[in-house]
Write a protein that binds this ligand. Structure first.
Ligand code: SF4
Length: 227
């Protein structure tokens, strides 16, 4: 039998669609406006900031990017950077050596293959060093408002606990969520799940006792209000 690809997920059941709709309604009531907490002026800056945001907080990234972009305003500048200088600037974001390598390679590749312009295309974006589907989707949705679902650790956890997916594969989750929601909701549902995963349904101690989705949620280990 041919292996099913992530983009060919079976059509969701009526029950699952109904759950997905209720989740969207409630998350939209809770979070009217959603935007990334990363500071940026353009696609290039958001791309770099999103790469730097791995394993750290957005606030941490926001504290280093002004100095980074003042010193290296565009891909051409960063492509020619001294790695040690970049490491010093981004040190506090953690994994600074690997991140320095990634953002310099990213700048070089952008400069060489895309004339320094961030491509508005997921398939092209994910050919850039250090850029996966999640980062590409964040940039497409945030900068251009394009339909894209960024599946990060929060979206993966929240969608599994709610019972919207049973997969641990981010790409499969992305396509399952895409099958559940109309395109105009794609960016919004992932941004809202990210915020909800930070505020309520966090990894270690989800606030199930205080959760607006509690009656919809299929998670079996719901937590109780601490004494
Ligand atoms: S009930 Fe608990 S596990 Fe379910 S969505 Fe809410 S916080 Fe997450």
């Amino acid at each position: 039998m041919a292996k099913r690809t992530a983009s060919k997920v079976p059509p969701p059941s009526r029950e699952l669609r109904s759950l997905a709709g209720a989740v969207l309604d409630r998350l939209t009531s809770r979070y009217r406006e959603v935007n990334t907490a990363l500071d940026y002026d353009d696609a290039w800056q958001l791309l770099v900031a999103t790469v730097l945001s791995a394993q750290t907080t957005d606030a941490n990234v926001n504290s280093v990017v002004p100095a980074l972009f003042e010193r290296y305003p565009n891909p051409e500048d960063l492509a020619a950077a001294d790695p040690e200088e970049v490491e010093k600037i981004i040190y506090s974001t953690g994994y600074y050596r690997a991140k320095t390598r990634n953002i310099i390679s990213l700048a070089q590749d952008l400069d060489r293959r895309f004339d320094g312009q961030v491509p508005r295309d997921l398939d092209a974006l994910i050919t850039l060093p250090g850029v996966g589907r999640k980062t590409a989707s964040v940039v497409l949705a945030e900068v251009w408002g394009d339909p894209a679902i960024a599946v990060d650790t929060h979206v993966k956890r929240v969608s599994n606990r709610l019972g919207l997916t049973r997969s641990s594969d981010p790409k499969k989750i992305e396509f399952e969520l895409k099958a559940l929601y109309p395109q105009q909701e794609w960016a919004g549902i992932s941004m809202r799940m990210i915020q909800f995963g930070r505020d309520v349904c966090n990894a270690r101690t989800p606030r199930c006792w205080d959760c607006p989705l509690g009656d919809l949620c299929r998670y079996e280990d719901k937590t109780e209000r601490p004494d």
